[in-house]
Design a protein around this ligand. Structure first.
Ligand code: Q46
Ligand code: ZN
Ligand code: ZN
Length: 294
């Protein structure tokens, strides 16, 4: 198969593009998101990296855009997996001349392994991934706020967004689905830093191909606690439906983006001062519970 633009050998069959035109195609998708940020070149952006293909693809792509950027890696204390991921991120940062910040979840008093143990004992009802996601969001936001960043960039891709929309609709949580967007501006008065998802229009397949074509070394191991993640399940179900209805996920995404946006009512946590829907934020509640049973 030949590239539909220049006639060279195609590497991406879905769009019939050669390596060069595929990379350009992905860059344009990222540009579509970044264009929504006013005065991007003056902004400080904290890139949340995990060592996986999406976050390193994001960091690689953002090198090509003007603005001040640093990386943040959170070592979650997942046996073997977290240290291996940290090594990969350190190597990536060095090779691509990024300033890297590393934070350990254990500095906040617990690890994801502790969460898993507590869940096994029935002390925590939520799935490990949901507490893990919460801890990551909390640390990215507080770190960015304390270090004067304008945005936290996360590597959620289009396939994630479709799964998110699917889960929101499947569970009837339309409020949750309505907040799905490539950019969320944040609220300084609540110590809530803005969010960008530069890969919002890039599919998982495209992100993987970009990483491979650019020889990005990423973490291939899967997290030992990933098994039951509902997002993974939603992706598998969606892929199955899309075999018969190829535009199902895209249409779902279009649909939820038309839902009236319902802002979450937020206040600040009485313990840590970061945004919360209740008097004490979930992160502080989890931390307190794990400390009590440590
Ligand atoms: S690291 Fe954490 Fe993921 Fe592992 S425990 Fe779940 S959320 S699967 S991206
Ligand atoms: Zn070409
Ligand atoms: Zn708190």
């Amino acid at each position: 198969m030949r590239c539909r633009i220049c006639g060279k050998k195609a590497v991406y069959a879905d769009q019939r593009l050669c390596k060069e035109h595929f990379i350009e195609f992905v860059k344009r998708k990222v540009e579509k998101v970044l264009k929504k940020v006013m005065n991007l070149e003056e902004k400080r952006i904290l890139l949340a990296v995990s060592g996986g293909k999406d976050s390193l693809t994001m960091a690689h792509l953002l090198k090509g855009f003007d603005s001040e950027k640093e990386l943040l890696y959170i070592n979650l204390g997942i046996p073997d997996y977290s240290d291996e991921a940290e090594k990969i991120v350190r190597k990536f940062a060095k090779e691509h001349e990024y300033k890297l910040n590393v934070v350990k979840l254990s500095d906040y008093g617990f690890t994801i392994k502790d969460v898993y143990e507590a869940w096994k004992k029935g002390l925590i009802r939520e799935k490990v991934c949901s507490i893990c996601g919460l801890a990551k969001r909390y640390i990215f936001n507080s770190f960015a706020f304390e270090h004067g960043f304008d945005f936290v960039a996360t590597a959620h891709n289009k396939t994630d967004a479709k799964a998110f929309a699917f889960l929101g609709i499947a569970s009837g949580n339309f409020e949750y689905a309505s907040r799905l967007a490539p950019i969320n501006p944040g609220k300084k008065e609540l110590r809530l830093v803005g969010r960008i998802k530069p890969l919002f229009y890039v599919t998982e397949k495209e992100s993987m191909l970009y990483a491979l074509l650019n020889r990005i070394k990423f973490l291939e191991a899967t997290c030992p606690y990933a098994g039951g993640a509902s997002q993974l399940r939603a992706k598998q179900l969606l892929a199955k439906i899309e075999e018969e209805f190829p535009n199902f996920g895209n249409n779902l995404l279009k649909l939820v983006r038309k839902l009236p946006k319902k802002e979450q009512e937020l206040r600040t946590c009485e313990i840590c001062g970061y945004p919360s829907t209740r008097r004490i934020c979930k992160f502080c509640r989890v931390r307190e519970l794990l400390n009590r049973h440590a």
